[in-house]
Design a binder for this molecule. Structure first.
Ligand code: B1M
Length: 213
């Protein structure tokens, strides 16, 4: 089965087709993580390019995002493993002013399937909420997601607020998302790690916590 049609269905926001193609791919035994990384994410990347060229507008981008989310919902149970949350607590959220949550949700899914407990603060999260949640849940790591370049000041503010707080000495901070670079995250903001994608995020968190990868 040619799964390029799945990418095309995401680009065009054809939710019914995309869901049927995902179901077919599952039946054919395709690896769920590969379906996401090789066919769904590239579809949304193309949507982003078309948006940038003003070939499409926010409503179309929203329809494609919902199409992708419907497919991920089908794949989730196949990725999530029933492991005991023994590896530590990760507080995760998208920074203030940013409503993008698809990437963050993928990071959450992979972390949970790797045995972490994840406290998801959602989107548009003010810096103090990260600090309070880290304290309340005795988190080992706080993860920030940021897709908009206008979110850079909030990434910096949040990292600095956590570092300056009573939990700052204990909690490690990792940041990821299309708007960020390792130089900005680790250099300017002073976070402990930058992650380029969800799998890299899980590996870097394990390294920060000295858990064998
Ligand atoms: Co928006 N948007 N959007 N958008 N959107 C981008 C990000 C953009 C790059 C599109 C473009 O112009 N090419 C652009 C940002 C430009 C910039 O700042 N430089 C943009 C814009 C401008 C906007 C609006 C301002 C548009 C407007 O209103 N005029 C607006 C902002 C709203 C807001 O947030 N305040 C907006 C709105 C939206 C929708 C609501 C329509 C929708 C989001 C729906 C949702 O998330 N529920 C949307 C979408 C879908 C996109 C694109 C097309 C796709 C994003 C996505 O989900 N990608 C995006 C273009 C693009 O990224 N190519 C775009 C798939 C996802 C799996 O990837 O999120 O990058 P990503 O996550 C990856 C990695 O980055 C990493 O791992 C993930 C998986 O491997 N990662 C982490 C992410 N977080 C991590 C955290 C970690 C570790 C790794 O550790 C904690």
């Amino acid at each position: 089965m040619n799964l390029d049609a799945l990418t095309e269905a995401v680009v065009k926001g054809k939710r019914k087709d995309a869901v049927e193609l995902t179901q077919q791919a599952i039946r054919d035994g395709h690896d769920p993580e590969k379906i996401i990384n090789t066919y769904l994410i590239p579809g949304l990347n193309r949507v982003g390019e078309r948006f940038q060229k003003r070939e499409i507008f926010v409503p179309e981008m929203m329809i494609s995002a919902k199409t992708m989310q419907a497919c991920v919902e089908l794949l989730k149970p196949l990725i999530a493993k029933d492991t005991a949350p023994a590896l530590g607590v990760i507080v995760i959220g998208t920074v203030f002013g940013d409503l993008h949550d698809i990437g963050k949700n993928l990071v959450k899914l992979l972390l949970e399937s790797s045995g972490f407990k994840v406290v998801d603060l959602g989107e548009n999260v003010p810096s103090q909420k990260f600090v309070e949640a880290a304290r309340l849940h005795d988190a080992s790591v706080v993860g920030l997601s940021s897709l908009l370049t206008t979110g850079d000041p909030y990434v910096e503010e949040t990292v600095k607020a956590i570092k300056a707080s009573d939990v700052g000495a204990k909690v490690r901070i990792i940041c990821g998302g299309a708007a960020l670079t390792p130089k900005f995250v680790e250099g300017q903001c002073g976070a402990d790690a930058y992650a380029k994608d969800a799998a890299d995020g899980v590996n870097k968190i394990k390294k920060l916590l000295e858990i064998a990868v």
